[in-house]
Design a protein. Structure first.
Length: 1332
């Protein structure tokens, strides 16, 4: 019997009912005969409309065909990595937010109908979506063997890489831009670079590298110039001979509908709307989903493909690609992306100023929606549907469309089209329906003044706090009379609030220019804005206040001519010009290559994607994958754990818990010799924080493991309210044993006798490390133990941790690491649990096991920077001289104090200030948070923040210039710190003077005064901060091996430091070349191993590079000494000959050295000095700000490599800006779950958060007598100087408060996020006037 297909050529398999068409190749005379692709049943049927059951696309010029061997949920990223096509394409968040996964996709542009390159996030693109695309990955551009692409070269030359994990993505962003715009302006480059987070570099070097491709780039000693179009297409083409054809594959096949049937779901790609409607008719009662860009699940996981049985890809529906402008308005097809929309509005020309303002406003707003890559894929229709499904969604598109009164055309499954307003659309039943187009009315010739505004926690790639849209028909001649009912709309207030209807009604027929009307409107608005807590994690008070501010901004703009000049700038947002950087340093040519500014040796490997991270290690035969089951409450006991459902999934092998710790081992991953309290590998019953590992699922595939982990049912008993704050811990008296207090002199007596006594408190929060490569360990069982590739900064620690957990000797465990994709302290102790759990799994299963944390688990489970609360008391003279300081500081350790012992706050709390009498009393608070740990500048950054806050407090109380106060207290040579260090080499005083002059502080202070008195709603502030940072060497044992190969004289170095992106290997090679007198290119640095580099301490504390260099120097000295007698017998021997001769004579040409330095004084071996000035501008109405300029003068001694050290300084400073101003974690008060564990809510700095003018100057002509080769450390101290960013904003706030006579001292805690800043300005609705 032959079945009959329906109109679309579908047929149900008579056995399993899967609807599908088997492969067209089975067609004979209109009859298909085939096996069902789902159940394998053989059947026949007749059809006249063949569909495709596979699709083709190109990757790096090679054709790829995909059938149903992958599930529709498979992302392009997974596909590239599983197939081994691209390991250079990284992954991290899998939600479109970090941008580390981007590739370039050549797709036909909907507007021009020409193929065009777009940057897309490979993590959100399902591979099925790539039908007909041409994908270029980083491997398609070039490599170090066959030829490197100019963009890859430029990024390396400019030192735009540190850990290098984001570097391929940075290259791909630029590649796509240059493909469409070969001569971009600097502004276009900066605007486009909004996609990929870089946690290391501080962005300046990346920006400079990319701006070097603009026509107006200036040389600065580094390569510049436009890219040749031939070169742009990528070297790979030369190699393969597969030149890009310049057009996408448009075979006849592409015109047929695509249907792919898998065991899990069906994927359809109809090519006409008729086909789409038929599909809707057939599947409307099933779990179906339409898809275009598939980006929505980046925000809402319930919209992910895996939740649906039928997925219908709209990309083939040609009728929905339309953009037509006529006299009555514009219709925009629903397949138009946000990029199309932005480009459309940008291209609109008009001489009508109101219309131009409307276009500008929409463009500015759209430019702030998501990232370039998300906009390239995401449609406005998809965005509106997110609002439909999630009323709380803060959709910018919704607010824009509602403000301009857009109408939607929606079709049902019969193809019937109807028009709806946006609010009607939200109330519709959308089952079986599709958005076809939007109709935007024409505002040509009207007197409508339209503006939409977005307020953001970060300058790029962030959701809105509150977005608003205003559209009013205004008669300017009648004092700005509102002629008809205006539109005032918002998102971000509450789930249902859109129109400020009462205010809209109030304004009809009234003159906006009338100050009583303005006041009345503001009061009405204030009454009807009722924010809820569900819509946002941002306080309701801010959202209400900023919503009012946005209305006021609009009114100021409309009524510009009657507004007091001082108030006018309140209308606009902040304008950011193109940023720039300046770096100065000196070098000692006599010591080259040491002190030479040379790019990183593995820079090109990083920019080409060839640099291999642990997560890029190809799977070994038999390898399996693990995923954690973590707790969802913070303070309870496990009642039951049921993994039966998870274990019933195909491919799931095992669920491991605390009961599976091998005999002889212990359920404690913190090495015994280091711990204060034990830390369980898997919870044995008492849950102490949300995110705690309860067990581990092991499966054949990572996706299976992840899904199965979510299916493990856990119930809890005895749930108690968790302690989640320092205040809470103090109240509950929840403490660990603290370190001893430090008492110097008689602080109580000194304070009592002082003219001024000041006290206060200040708080600084935590910080997620945001290392781009999440925690990872791969364990390979061996005959006597375990080999481990561990993402750790501390191989020795991991070895001991795994040894004790498995109960096997440390010597049978080999731990190796070549490089890390970022660390920042997160991989010192925090890899212990990961490697231990992974090793337990490998030990039990006797198979290689890979455990890499997904981003969300990484955020929830891994402890963060330690938050601090400090309570202080200060006594000083009337002219500001410090007499005595007492500080009680409370550390939020989370659930263990194990990582606390490292951070000697006492060594930094004095910063650069002398005071004879101190008391510093630490408290270690126990809270129900993950074990907090080291994060770049642990201890030091909060310490500097505390003392700088104190200095501000004293200055404000004394009405003294804060810089003057600092100056009178600066350390002088020979003075002693409270920790007991005598400052033999102190140069802070002249450095302050030097910076004051080079940064033109006095003049700029004047300019700030002038600016502030001319502007009511924009304020500027400046902060200058000196820095003394004690660098401790004590206990820094590092073990290094330098070996010379006798055959060719090349040199291999195995050192005990870990390459975390700080440039350690480059410095090591420079030093080795210098010491042995050989060229750098014959030296290689190998991976760090617990065999060759056993007993090495962790990499951290800014000291590893210099101490490893010390060990290399000692090895080279030993080698030189051994080779000297042989050399003496030869006449000017070539290196290779000398080596051969030494070897021939039995000289040992391998040397090993272990550092064991002591500090030259307590708390520090030497001090680093620096001065930093930052200037900020603040939008008082919204709390948004920007750092206008930062000048850093830094004493790096004789920097071993100024290019790398400047990169460290910039990267550290920008990470510090994130800590002090941007990054906040919020915990659910009931469960203790981290609510900010995603890229949507957590915001590290991006390109436009850095200072607009960023100047780093290394002090010249200085050598550090206590350092290695005269150098000083640089990894952490510049981080602390980012305090100036916060304090500059604080001074701007003070200027705002001065306007309302409220300029008394206030504390600005960190992070000072936009809402906190705005709240501190104390603006009241009654202040919102025309200023007349
Ligand atoms: C990192 C990131 C940042 C973001 N930032 C912002 C931001 O700042 N502001 C903001 O407003 N948004 C933001 N978004 C949301 C983004 O704009 C949307 O994800 C995108 O526009 C959705 O379009 P899409 O084509 O990818 O939709 P898809 O993900 O393909 O679909 C989304 C939903 O819409 C449905 N759908 C799609 N097209 C149609 C149609 N024609 N008819 C009926 N149903 C349809 C789908 O079935 C699905 O349910 C962000 C998203 C990400 C990932
Ligand atoms: S992994 Fe794709 S955006 Fe983060
Ligand atoms: S270099 Fe960009 S994240 Fe490390």
């Amino acid at each position: 019997m032959s079945l009959k297909a329906n109109d679309l050529g579908f047929v149900n398999c008579p056995v399993c009912r899967a609807r599908h068409i088997p492969a067209p190749s089975n067609l004979s005379n209109g009859v298909y005969a085939a096996d069902c692709l789902n159940c394998g049943h053989f059947f026949k049927f007749r059809t006249t409309q063949p569909v495709r059951s596979s699709f083709s696309f190109k990757i790096n010029g090679q054709d790829v065909t995909v059938g149903n061997e992958f599930e529709p949920t498979t992302s392009l990223n997974e596909f590239l990595r599983k197939k081994g096509i691209s390991y250079g394409t990284k992954k991290m968040c899998i939600e479109g937010g970090c941008g580390v996964c981007v590739v370039s996709a050549k797709i036909v542009d909907a507007l021009t109908l020409q193929p065009r390159h777009y940057t897309v996030n490979s993590c959100i693109v399902p591979v099925y979506m790539c039908d007909g695309w041409e994908i270029t990955t980083i491997e398609g551009l070039g490599n170090t063997r066959d030829g490197i692409h100019p963009i890859q070269q430029r990024l390396a030359d400019y030192n735009g890489t540190q850990c290098g994990f984001c570097s391929p993505a940075q290259v791909m962003n630029m590649y796509s831009l240059l493909q469409t715009n070969p001569k971009p302006s600097k502004e276009e480059v900066e605007d486009m670079l909004n996609v990929s987070v870089c946690r290391c570099t501080g962005f300046r070097s990346i920006l400079d590298a990319m701006k070097s491709f603009t026509p107006d780039s200036c040389s600065n000693g580094l390569p510049t110039g436009l890219i040749d179009i031939e070169e742009l297409d990528g070297k790979i083409c030369k190699k393969t001979g597969e030149k890009c054809q310049g057009k996408c594959s448009t075979t006849n096949e592409a015109n047929k509908m695509l249907q792919i049937v898998t065991a899990g779901a069906q994927w359809f790609k109809p090519t006409t709307k008729q086909e789409l409607y038929s599909l809707l008719a057939q599947y409307k009662t099933q779990k179906y989903r339409l898809v275009f860009g598939n980006s929505a699940y980046g925000v809402y996981k319930d919209l992910g493909d895996w939740n649906y049985d039928v997925i219908i890809d709209l990309r083939g529906v040609q009728e929905y690609y339309s953009l037509i402008t006529g006299s009555s308005g514009t219709t925009i097809g629903s397949n138009m992306t946000l990029t199309n929309l932005l480009e459309y509005f940008t291209s609109q020309q008009t001489s009508d100023p109101a219309l131009k303002q409307f276009y500008d406003s929409i463009c500015q707003h759209l430019d702030l929606v998501a990232t370039t890559s998300v906009r390239n894929l995401g449609t406005w229709a998809g965005n509106l549907m997110m609002k439909y499904y999630h009323p709380e969604f803060v959709s910018d598109i919704y607010v824009i469309f509602e403000a301009i009164n857009a109408q939607l055309v929606i079709a049902d499954e019969t193809g019937k089209e109807s028009s709806y307003s946006i609010s009607e659309f939200l109330a519709l039943d959308m089952t079986g329906k599709v958005i076809v187009m939007a109709k935007i009315p024409s505002f040509n010739g009207t007197s409508n003044i339209i503006r939409t505004i977005k307020t953001m926690p970060r300058h790029q790639n962030a959701h809105t706090y509150v977005s608003a849209g205003f559209n009013m028909n205004i008669d300017a001649g009648q004092n700005y009379k509102v002629l008809t009912k205006p539109t005032i709309v918002y998102v971000g207030i509450n789930k249902t609030f859109t129109h400020a209807s009462q205010t809209e009604d109030y304004l009809v027929g009234k003159s906006l220019g009338d100050s009583t009307v303005l006041n009345g409107a503001l009061q009405t608005l204030a009454k009807e804005l009722i924010p809820d807590a569900e819509t946002s994690l941002t306080p309701a008070s801010y959202r209400k206040s900023v919503a009012i501010s946005l209305f006021y901004k609009y009114v100021l703009g409309v009524c510009d001519s009657i507004v007091n000049k001082k108030y006018q700038s309140g209308s606009a947002g902040l304008t950011r010009p193109v940023s720039s950087g300046q770096q100065t340093f000196d070098s000692l040519p006599a010591e080259f290559p040491v002190s030479k500014a040379i790019p990183k040796v593995d820079g090109t490997l990083q920019t080409t994607g060839e640099a291999e991270y642990i997560s890029d290690t190809p799977p070994q035969p038999n390898e399996v994958y693990a995923a954690y089951v973590i707790s969802s409450v913070a303070n309870a006991e496990i009642d039951s754990m049921d993994a039966s459902l998870a274990l019933s999934m195909p491919g799931v092998l095992k669920f491991l818990t605390s009961k599976d710790i091998p005999q002889g081992g212990v359920n404690n991953c913190y090495p015994e010799r280091l711990l204060v309290i034990e830390e369980e590998v898997f919870c044995s019953g008492k849950v102490i924080y949300a995110g705690q590992p309860l067990g581990l699922i092991v499966a054949e595939d990572q996706m299976q493991a992840n899904i199965a982990a979510g299916l493990v049912q856990v119930t809890y008993k005895n749930m108690k309210t968790p302690i989640l704050s320092i205040d809470g811990a103090i109240r509950a008296k929840s403490f660990f044993k603290p370190p001893d207090p430090l008492n110097v002199g008689d602080p109580d007596g000194a304070i009592a006798k002082s003219d001024q006594k000041i006290n206060g408190q200040v708080y600084c929060g935590d910080q997620y490390h945001y290392q781009m490569e999440t925690q990872i360990s791969i364990c390979y069982p061996t005959e006597d133990g375990m080999n481990i590739l561990a993402g750790t900064q501390w191989i020795d620690g991991v070895q001991q941790s795994v040894g004790q957990v498995l109960g096997i000797p440390d010597s049978s465990i080999v731990v190796e690491v070549k490089r890390l994709g970022g660390a920042f302290g997160s991989k010192i102790s925090r890899n212990f649990p990961i490697s231990s759990a992974c090793a337990v799994a490998a030990h039990i299963l006797r198979r290689p096991v890979r455990l890499q944390l997904d981003f969300h688990t990484n955020m929830k489970m891994i402890g963060k920077r330690v938050p601090y609360l400090a309570r202080y008391e200060v006594g000083c003279t009337n002219d500001g001289k410090l007499n005595g300081i007492k500080i009680d500081y409370y550390a939020d350790c989370g659930t263990t104090p194990n990582d606390m012992s490292n951070f000697a706050m006492e060594g930094w709390l004095d910063n650069a200030y002398y005071c004879a009498n101190w008391n510093m009393t630490p408290y270690n608070c126990r809270t129900n948070k993950p074990p907090n740990t080291a994060a770049r500048s642990p201890g030091s950054a909060p310490a500097m923040f505390i003392i700088e806050t104190i200095m501000e407090h004293v200055a404000k109380t004394l009405k003294q210039d804060p810089l003057e106060l600092r100056r009178v207290n600066l350390y002088q040579k020979g003075q002693k710190t409270p920790g007991g260090t005598t400052l033999t080499y102190c140069n802070i005083q002249p450095m302050v003077t030097q910076l004051e002059s080079s940064a033109d502080i006095a003049t700029r202070k004047q300019q700030i005064e002038t600016f502030n008195s001319a502007n009511r709603w924009k304020k500027r502030g400046m902060s200058v901060m000196p820095l003394r940072f004690g660098i401790g060497w004590a206990g820094a044992q590092y073990n290094t091996l330098v070996t010379i190969c006798n055959g060719d004289g090349t040199i291999a170095i195995f050192h005990g430091g870990v390459n975390v992106g700080q440039g350690i290997n480059t410095k090591v090679i420079q030093v080795c070349a210098y010491e042995l007198g050989v060229p750098m290119d014959i030296i290689r640095v190998k991976k760090t191993s617990s065999v060759s580099n056993s007993n090495s301490i962790t990499t951290g504390g800014s000291i590893t590079s210099e101490l490893i260099c010390m060990t290399v120097i000692e090895c080279c000295k030993a080698l030189n000494a051994r080779m000297a007698p042989v050399k003496a017998k030869m006449k000017n021997p070539k290196w290779k000959d000398l080596v051969a001769k030494c070897y021939g004579e039995g000289v040992d040409i391998t040397a090993r050295y272990m550092s064991e330095p002591k500090d030259s004084s307590p708390f520090a071996h030497y001090s680093v000095y620096g001065v930093c000035a930052s200037e900020a501008e603040l939008d008082v109405l919204t709390g948004e700000y920007q750092i206008l300029r930062t000048d850093i003068l830094y004493d790096c001694g004789i920097s071993m490599n100024p290019a790398l050290d400047i990169g460290q300084a910039e990267g550290g400073f920008v990470m510090g800006l994130g800590y002090f101003l941007l990054e906040r974690t919020i915990y659910d008060p009931k469960t203790g779950v981290n609510l900010t564990s995603n890229t949507w809510e957590y915001h590290p700095p991006m390109y436009k958060d850095i200072p607009i003018d960023f100047r780093i100057n290394f002090l010249k002509n200085v050598s550090n007598p206590l350092g290695v080769l005269g150098s000083k450390a640089v990894g952490e101290p510049p981080f602390c100087m980012a305090v100036t960013g916060l304090l500059a904003v604080k001074h701007a706030i003070e200027a705002a408060r001065k306007e309302i006579n409220k300029d008394m001292y206030f504390t600005l805690n960190a992070p000072a996020t936009v809402n906190v800043i705005q709240g501190n300005c104390l603006t009241d609705v009654t202040d919102l006037t025309f200023g007349n």
